[in-house]
Ligand binder design. Structure first.
Ligand code: SF4
Length: 490
């Protein structure tokens, strides 16, 4: 499985915030996605219709999840009826072993891949390389990050953090192309390099946006045509799909194919919607000879078993919650430390990987609720974040969720809030202790790292007023506000 680096979340976030180039890219690209989505929804449907579509989509996905065993069985039978093979993998290691076995049995030397987040979870490229099989990403963004040796920065725009200069430098290094800043030229370079790979590959690995239970059809939504090449040119096609990708019927796609591109990129429809029904039939002129569908759990059952978290599996990976999230928009995708980032990453990473390692992610949110408002399948992300925070606070990690310093402060706070004199005494003490560090009404840097200094590490702290409100009231205002009948107002 891909390494989980979520324990580094705070440090990585700090690095991202200090990276000016990254901040510029994030603001520019996110703003484009947000604007395009809003205008296409308004022009095509209006709020009321869009809301009704989201409600229906949420209901379809939720009911499929509630009866997942039934639909998994239906997928199995449908794909076999079409002449394909179905596998169920408990985890990344098992899924990798299945793919490797298919590749070795068929003497595969080169594998072309279209975008698949499940394959990122599995870390399959390293596994294939280790066995002497060349994996080649064919989605342009994925190809760029493969050359750079990085992981996707965003669910739908994996290389959005790369400038054209950086892409040009990568192509010069790996493809020996001439330097250029012209994006079209860079695309031509990539296309030329990939065309050779498409022609040579024995196996194509794709993801799946949807798997239709009643027909066994795999639906892929892409903009570059690479998905269609991957699924049709090589003699073997392997689909890697999370087991939550199932929709019951082909009719359901009419709804999801309206919701997905509009939510993701603000497009009415993506350039290529590919429907794969299995291996080539005897009457077909082309298409793969073998078709394999690998349905992957890899932690999804942890979400399914938890009645509150289950709705996270409704996700159709549109990326809208990332684009609108004030936290993602400042720190980007790599800080989250695993395959999924932004609000959806914050709720699925801890249960799918390791609660201890990813314990900071549920706190990476202002709980503003925008993610919930834009989600096409109405996942209540803030509620799920709070659910995970409760789990941490209740000791789900088998340890105290707070430091001794936090407990000391909260204990003091608790005592002070129950007694007026104690409150005033503590406030006066705070005023006295912070006075040496106050300048111009602000405390910019507190000492005693890291226990106290954390408060001013990334923001200024307002300096306490010279006199408390209670004292001000006693000394000056009480007299002015004395009521004629002798009682005070306020
Ligand atoms: S949680 Fe909702 S908004 Fe976020 S990626 Fe998934 S479907 Fe899209």
């Amino acid at each position: 499985m891909a390494e989980v680096k979520s324990a580094e979340f705070k440090k990585a976030s700090g690095r991202a915030l200090r990276d000016e180039k990254l901040q510029h890219s994030l603001e520019h690209v996110m703003e484009h996605f947000v604007g395009a989505r809003a205008s296409v929804i308004e022009n095509d449907f209006g709020d009321e219709n869009w809301e009704a579509m989201r409600t229906r989509a949420a209901a379809i996905k939720q009911s499929t999840l509630e009866h997942l065993d039934y639909y998994l069985d239906m997928v199995d039978r449908s794909v076999r009826r079409n002449g394909g093979h179905v596998y169920f993998a408990d985890d990344a290691a098992q899924a990798n072993a299945i793919v490797l076995d298919i590749a070795k049995r068929n003497g595969v030397k080169t594998v072309i891949k279209s975008k698949s987040m499940v394959s990122e979870e599995m870390g399959i490229n390293h596994i294939l390389e280790r066995e002497g099989i060349e994996p080649v990403e064919t989605d342009l963004g994925e190809y760029i990050i493969q050359l750079a040796g990085e992981t996707p920065f965003h669910i739908i725009a994996p290389a959005m953090h790369k400038t054209r200069q950086e892409v040009s430098a990568l192509f010069q290094e790996w493809l020996k192309t001439a330097p250029t800043q012209d994006i079209k030229r860079l695309c031509v370079y990539a296309r030329d390099a990939l065309r050779e790979k498409f022609a040579a590959a024995d196996m194509g690995i794709s993801g799946a946006n949807f798997v239709v239970a009643e027909t066994g059809t795999v639906c892929l939504v892409t903009n570059e045509g690479n998905g269609r090449m991957t699924t049709s040119a090589p003699r073997i096609h392997v689909v890697l799909a999370g087991m939550e990708k199932i929709v019951p019927a082909v009719e359901d796609l009419a709804l999801f194919l309206r919701l997905l591109p509009r939510s993701a990129t603000g497009q009415r429809i993506t350039s290529y919607n590919t429907f794969v029904g299995g291996p080539r039939a005897p009457s077909d002129e082309d298409g793969p000879e073998e078709f394999h569908l690998v349905l992957v759990d890899n932690g999804r059952l942890n979400l399914l078993r938890d009645e509150v978290m289950r709705e996270a599996l409704r996700c159709i990976r549109c990326g809208a919650c990332l684009n609108h999230c004030p936290v993602y928009r400042k720190i980007g995708g790599h800080a989250y430390g695993w395959v999924y980032s932004g609000p959806i990453g914050a709720i699925v990473t801890p249960p799918m990987t390791n609660m201890k390692v990813a314990r900071d992610l549920p706190y990476a949110s202002t709980l503003c609720g925008t993610c919930k408002d834009v989600c096409p399948v109405k996942i209540d992300i803030p509620r799920l974040l709070l659910h995970l925070r409760h789990k941490v606070a209740e000791g789900a990690l088998g340890e105290r969720s707070t430091t001794w310093m936090e407990r000391l402060f909260v204990g003091q706070w608790h005592g002070a809030m129950r007694n007026r004199k104690a409150l005033e005494g503590k406030a006066n003490l705070g005023r006295l202790l912070t006075r040496p560090f106050a300048r111009g009404g602000k405390v910019r840097k507190l000492p005693f790292a890291p226990m106290v200094s954390g408060w001013t590490a990334s923001r200024d702290f307002p300096a306490p007023a010279p006199r408390s409100f209670a004292r001000l009231w006693r000394e000056e205002l009480a007299h002015d506000n004395a009521h004629p009948n002798g009682t005070e107002q306020g």
